[in-house]
Design a binder for this molecule. Structure first.
Ligand code: Z5A
Length: 224
């Protein structure tokens, strides 16, 4: 039986996703577990091209629906070509953003109809979901201050406080509605405290997966 864990990292701008992903990678390497890190939008050559289209600054206004369709198009390619094959080969997948970002940014931030988002999400993922989602929750002003230290802003980073606050509230609502899949992490803590909280959550998820596999083997109920 081979099946990796699928872990997604979510949060507003500057929440510290890259920092946390480095800590998870270090943990999995130390444990000798095969893993890959990937990101959305992106993750395959085709989806990375869609990412560039989505993030590049341009004079033409991008319609929210266009943005939503492209996010989902990139995700179909990413899931079918990289994420699912890796998981089936027993490789753990750590993904910087996934479908919760679509609900938060295109649903919360852009205010597109949530029923439309649900329908597209079902079409794109057919019920496939992460084993664990780490939501790095952070006051928007702190996130914007952290992100301001970087260079040129992409198309999303041009947005203001109100947009990102709607994004944050949407992330929190989703996480609070399904607490068994999400871990909300207070990202205003020090880098070291955030790292410890994340490592604890990933270790717990690995242990849960292992005990479920043992039960499946005992019952002779083993699937690829
Ligand atoms: N998007 C969407 O709209 N719909 C979708 O479905 C998807 C995405 C999938 C690209 O994402 C954009 O796509 C994104 C949403 C949209 N736009 N926005 N905003 P991205 O993930 O590539 O871009 P990002 O959100 O701008 O990532 P980021 O700003 O790089 O965030 P981060 O990775 O979370 O931050 P970081 O680089 O780890 O940390 C930022 C700084 O803070 C850095 O200097 C760190 O050293 C510092 N830091 C980190 N942790 C701490 C703590 N704990 N204390 C103090 N300082 C810290």
């Amino acid at each position: 039986m081979k099946h990796g864990l699928f872990i997604t990292i979510e949060g507003v701008e500057g929440a510290g996703k890259s920092t946390v992903i480095a800590a998870i990678t270090e943990l999995l390497t130390d444990l000798g577990l095969q893993h890959i890190t990937t990101r959305e939008p992106g993750g395959t050559p085709f989806s990375e091209e869609i990412r560039a289209i989505l993030l590049n600054n341009r004079d033409e206004t991008v319609e929210p629906l266009t943005e939503l369709l492209l996010m989902n198009a990139a995700r179909v390619q990413h899931v079918k070509q990289l994420i699912k094959p890796s998981l089936h080969n027993g490789i753990h997948v750590i993904c910087d953003r996934f479908n919760d970002s679509t609900f938060a940014y295109q649903g919360g931030g852009r205010e597109l109809d949530m029923h439309l988002l649900e329908t597209l999400d079902q079409l794109t993922l057919e019920g496939f979901k992460p084993d664990l989602t780490l939501l790095l929750d952070l006051d928007v002003n702190i996130g914007l201050q952290r992100a301001a230290k970087r260079g040129e802003k992409d198309r999303f980073e041009q947005e203001k406080y109100d947009f990102f606050n709607k994004v944050r509230q949407c992330f929190l609502q989703r996480a609070q509605a399904v607490p068994e899949r999400y871990q909300i992490i207070d990202a205003s803590q020090s880098e070291n405290q955030v790292k410890q909280a994340v490592i604890h959550a990933v270790r717990e998820c690995l242990a849960k997966k292992r005990s479920m596999q043992v039960i499946a083997i005992e019952r002779g109920n083993v699937h690829e």
